[in-house]
Design a protein around this ligand. Sequence first.
Ligand code: ATP
Length: 131
Amino acid sequence: MVKPDGVQRGLVGKILQRIEEKGFKIVAMKLAAMPEAKAKEHYAEHVGKKFYQDLVDFITSGPSVSLVVEGRGAIAAMRKMNGATNPVEAVPGTIRGDWGIETGRNVVHGSDSPASASREIALHFDPSELV
Ligand code: ATP
């Protein structure tokens, strides 16, 4: 997902280019403002943490781009391409390392396991929207 800061800063094209040049296939893509109920479901694992409400407020603050990326090792590779959660620690060449500013506005999100990818794809897409 390209988060609202990435969309607002006009980084969608550059991020898509990295995914395509890596060789992954984009099989679904959607620009939409995430409703609060969906944001709470998306970030359910963080309920109770002190940054939770800020996270929900931020992810619903403007349109984001949800993507389904397909390819061998795509989950792990996308997380490497995204870089460390805290952009200060993300190495140059990663999305957050090149364009991130702070943890709360770190440009992108990536599923961290096959289980979370399945859950998040089902949350953001109807099966008919995957090509
Ligand atoms: P993502 O799930 O977005 O790819 P991640 O797996 O690297 O990120 P998580 O620990 O799952 O990181 O946290 C989810 C998101 O919550 C982070 O991307 C970040 O935007 C936000 N977040 C995490 N920790 C903090 C924190 N200490 N302060 C503010 N926001 C945070």
